[in-house]
Design a protein around this ligand. Sequence first.
Ligand SMILES: NC(=O)c1ccc[n+]([C@@H]2O[C@H](COP(=O)([O-])OP(=O)(O)OC[C@H]3O[C@@H](n4cnc5c(N)ncnc54)[C@H](OP(=O)(O)O)[C@@H]3O)[C@@H](O)[C@H]2O)c1
Length: 270
Amino acid sequence: MKTSFSAKYGPWALITGASRGLGAEFARQCAERGLNTILVATNADLLNARADSIKKDYGVAVKTIVLDLSREDILQQITPVTDSLEIGLLVNNAGMSRVRPFLDHDLDQLVKQLHVNSRAGLILAHHFGGKMVGRRRGGIIFLSSGSAMYGTAYCANYSATKAYNLIIAESLWYELGRYGVDVLGFMPGSTKTPGWDAGKPKPGRFVKVMDVKPAVAEALKALGKRPSLIAGKSNRLGYFFLGKMVSRARAIRIVSGTMDKMFGPFDDVE
Ligand SMILES: NC(=O)c1ccc[n+]([C@@H]2O[C@H](COP(=O)([O-])OP(=O)(O)OC[C@H]3O[C@@H](n4cnc5c(N)ncnc54)[C@H](OP(=O)(O)O)[C@@H]3O)[C@@H](O)[C@H]2O)c1
């Protein structure tokens, strides 16, 4: 029997960045809700391992697409797999992040980050969103971040790509929502994933690190109910405090100082 989730967002979900971390958990929880899944990322071995475990655990169909989402021709790489399938849910999750001073980043990597974090989601939302509107149902999730809320030093470009994702999601929430397509901008806070661990963070006592399971469950629950969501009560409270109690300049200093403490020290200006 179809669950209401799979009736609304099935029969196929396409999840980018599904080889590990939040994307792998999105894929697992979509399968748990009865959706067949298409997993996209660059690491073929990890993708195949994810596909095998999802098939074994949930008995749904799984396809993989090994693809670098910074490529110019991503749609031409994806559509041969998807053209004969009904994609009811798109999760634009793939993301690159690295925390270090802006000028220490290689410019090519920053442009690649812009392509993976934002351009890919734009292209996929335009393609699959059009088909969803035609069917008058479906869902699209854009992975944003708490760092979308305020300019954040040491991850300026990342923070800007996540602000893009938040605003496009909220805009489409209204625009596509009128045609039965649910759109959500999802802002995880610090979440324990391989990408998070790779930065060797020192979270300190004010940063609560979430597990992927509750974070993804919150996103899937919020889809169709609101334009955007910050994951986790303490994160919501923290951003509420910043928004209401301090000036924007002070908030930027606070979040930037937190990055410096967690991933730095970078702040060595005399
Ligand atoms: N974890 C957090 O604390 C946190 C907080 C806020 C927002 N987020 C957002 O949540 C999303 C997932 O984060 P995560 O922590 O799970 O990251 P992660 O552990 O680093 O995983 C990133 C995923 O994106 C894929 N990816 C990276 N570059 C790619 C490319 N060029 N082409 C295709 N796929 C690519 C990776 O797969 P391959 O390496 O196999 O390509 C991997 O599956 C990201 O958008 C991130 O910005 C995370």
